[in-house]
Design a protein around this ligand. Sequence first.
Ligand SMILES: Nc1ncnc2c1ncn2[C@@H]1O[C@H](COP(=O)(O)OP(=O)(O)OP(=O)(O)O)[C@@H](O)[C@H]1O
Ligand SMILES: [Mg+2]
Length: 323
Amino acid sequence: MTLQLRGIHKSFGEAKALESIDLTVASGKFTTLLGPSGCGKTTLLRIIAGLETPDQGELRIGDIVLFDRARRVNRPVHQRGFGMVFQDFALWPHMTVLENVAFGLKAKGDKAGWRRRSLEAIELVRLGGMEKRYPHQLSGGQQQRVALARAIAIRPQLVLFDEPMSALDAMLREEMRLELLSLVRQIGFTAIYVTHDQTEAMSMSDEIVVMQGGRILQQDSPEAIYRSPKHAFTARFIGKTNWLEADKRLVRPEHVSWSRKSESDLTWNGTVQAVSYMGERYEMAVDLGEKGMWLAYHPARMSIGEPVQLFVAPEFVRVLQSE
Ligand SMILES: Nc1ncnc2c1ncn2[C@@H]1O[C@H](COP(=O)(O)OP(=O)(O)OP(=O)(O)O)[C@@H](O)[C@H]1O
Ligand SMILES: [Mg+2]
């Protein structure tokens, strides 16, 4: 069922955390809220969960109204029944893996099925055999999986994730990313995932919602966000940028070439300012004088101060719709 938010506002005292949020999240999709610290991601997620009350607006899932200020409807958290996985996992230290995972099912009064369903969820996150352990007897990645099993054990239609990977190291994060995606495919729940990590957002999402200062700037597929950002902020936040005209005409570094491919190519002369080795390529900062510093990729090291020419095919110049 589609989740719909209309005209959501939220202030904390004088400070506006969210302004005029309209958002539609399609059923079964993986949607990521992406934006810098303080832009309102957690607040929005908490509003969807029912942990925070908006000042204005309406929130519904399918035909069911979850919140409507005007009609004084506000379903409490437990009636919304969404799964939640938050940053610090918050497992109960005095409970075993099984007890942690079973908590939501027991709270719902599932007397007959809680054990089987909990063990199923534990199997799904590949922790079979560890159900008697306590959280302190697990690695960080395993604890994270317990939190995931706890969220999905109740078979929610929607699972909310707030930076669930932030406590994990880079390798484990990548592993968990793939596991989480396969779990989403297997069980088929709708996921709303908060992160400020653009790689995470790009690699996992069906849709990305870019936020800044309590507003939504753009909602699109990862490809559309990267290739056709509507705002300079989005262009900079997701990927590296070269500007033909400040904040208006954009060229991504992978579209800058070192030789002329066609008569219509745009051409500039510059000098190499910095060389960074990235393993699979070198990132070259090239000083183009009035055009500023540009970034381009090259397969071999070049010397600093070397004069170079850069070429861009006109079709790779993106004109932004608005500032
Ligand atoms: N309970 C609160 N009381 C007062 N201000 C709050 C409260 N919760 C959030 N805020 C403010 O609302 C704004 C949005 O906060 P929020 O936690 O939603 O940001 P975020 O995008 O999740 O940031 P981060 O990436 O750092 O987690 C911030 O300016 C924050 O200081
Ligand atoms: Mg947050």
